[in-house]
Design a binder for this molecule. Structure first.
Ligand code: RNT
Ligand code: ZN
Length: 424
């Protein structure tokens, strides 16, 4: 289904190149630029955010992965094999985003506060072989010390100190990734701390969170090895009334402490979009991390589709001319469909959106806009929508050695039969 001959792909591309050329848009240039936009694919889609510490344990922190699609990865080797499969179907050179619960400790229980770079040696070797960069996240959920619903802002200092140690350990692990791979790691802190019902005191926990973060960041780490990011959220399951690490909290924190701000597409009010925040954030911050996700009514982390907001995010990345300060990460987890297909669909869609954004005569459109010529702006933007974008995308896949169109799906199905089916 949907298999085109190479000749047809080349021919369609030649026509598309001419069509875009007539608009002053250079398709070759767009493809070369797309090659330079790595996407950090999240490991946790591969096993429903289970990790290797207590894979049968409960996922907590107000996030859920629903579905029981068979064949989920149960250890590092399986997860890496699945990731390799996914990466083989995605054009370009990318990154992998790991969480601390994906440490490989050789069957020995290692406390999260005691994690060391050596517990990720398997990941680093594999990343080197596959020319991938690595990003990282401390895991402050699914753990006995987070059952009260508070971690870095917990009223009990011993609990805060535990999580502070964990985050410090994680920054060192992130720095080791950056150093060993020669590609800067982004270590992102997200906590679920908050109140189900309306709290009396919002200030004190926020004060404690600020102090905990300051303590975590007090150790200097070269920025070429590790960049810190902080991720806000409006609400989670069980923290409907107040999340301590809100947007305002982290916007202020990132601006004053010079960290990156992580904008997750699912962490705002239902009609609020992150695409409109990127330009403002870039004016005041060193840079941003994006968690490209798809909320459906709430922070439900659906696989990203090529929808208006994904395209709007891509347009902002491209039009801002600030791509080097924007770290693109994915964050979704769907356990009701083939997990490898979920990665491939979400990542390819993010790349499609970026390519769509790159295939634009932005300077001309901006000039038209600056002249208050909104008629032309609307007319041109609408005509651009039906340009032969798909032919350029197909050609990109062909020339970067990955399946064109839906033909990748067959490869995932074969892998499901050969590999996933035997996992019980
Ligand atoms: C949760 C945050 C966070 C997590 C990952 C697993 O709402 O989006 O980024 O999804 O850390
Ligand atoms: Zn996120």
């Amino acid at each position: 289904m949907g298999k085109m001959s190479e000749k047809a792909i080349q021919e369609a591309y030649r026509l598309a190149k001419d069509a875009y050329g007539s608009w002053g848009i250079d398709t070759e240039d767009a493809l070369a630029q797309l090659d330079k936009l790595p996407i950090s694919m999240h490991c946790w889609q591969g096993d429903d955010v289970s990790g290797f510490e207590a894979p049968e344990g409960e996922l907590t922190g107000g996030i859920v992965a629903t579905g029981e699609y068979p064949g989920k990865a149960r250890n590092g080797d399986e997860l890496r094999a699945d990731l390799e499969k996914a990466f083989s179907l995605i054009p370009g050179t990318h990154r992998l985003n790991l969480h601390a619960i994906y440490a490989e400790t050789g069957g020995k229980a290692v406390d999260r506060a005691e994690l060391k770079p050596e517990h990720f040696a398997g990941w680093v070797d594999w990343a080197k072989e596959n020319r991938l960069g690595l990003d990282f996240n401390p895991t402050l959920f699914s753990h006995p010390k987070s059952v009260d619903g508070f971690t870095l802002s917990h009223p009990d200092k011993t609990v805060r100190d535990y999580w502070i140690e964990h985050c410090k350990a994680c920054r060192k692990i992130g720095a080791s990734f950056g150093e060993k791979l020669g590609k800067t790691c982004v270590t992102n802190i997200w906590i679920a701390d908050g109140f189900k019902d309306v709290p009396v005191d919002r200030m004190t926990p926020r004060q404690r969170l600020m102090e905990s973060l300051d303590e975590i960041l007090s150790e200097e780490i070269p920025k070429e090895h590790n960049l810190d990011a902080v991720e806000s959220k409006l609400f989670g399951i069980g923290t409907e009334s107040c999340v301590i690490g809100s947007h305002e909290f982290y916007m202020g924190y990132a601006a004053t402490r010079k960290t990156l701000l992580c904008l997750d597409a699912g962490h705002f009010h239902p009609t609020e979009v992150i695409s409109n925040k990127i330009s403002s954030a870039l004016l005041f911050l060193e840079g941003i991390l994006l968690h490209v996700s798809r909320p459906v009514r709430w922070d439900s982390d659906h696989v990203v589709t090529l929808d208006d907001e994904l395209i709007a995010i891509a347009h902002e990345i491209v039009r801002s001319g600030q791509a080097e300060r924007i770290h693109i990460g994915l964050d979704f987890f769907d356990a009701s469909i083939n997990r490898i297909a979920a990665w491939v669909i979400g990542t390819r869609n993010t790349q499609k959106a970026l390519l769509y954004g790159l295939l634009e005569n932005t300077a001309e459109l901006a000039k038209v806009e600056a002249e208050f010529n909104y008629t032309d702006r609307l007319a041109l933007l609408e005509e651009l929508k039906t340009m032969p974008f798909g032919a350029v995308w197909d050609y990109y896949c062909l020339t970067r050695g990955v399946p064109v169109g839906s033909s990748w799906l067959q490869s995932v199905k074969q892998y499901e039969a050969d590999v996933l089916a035997s996992r019980k």
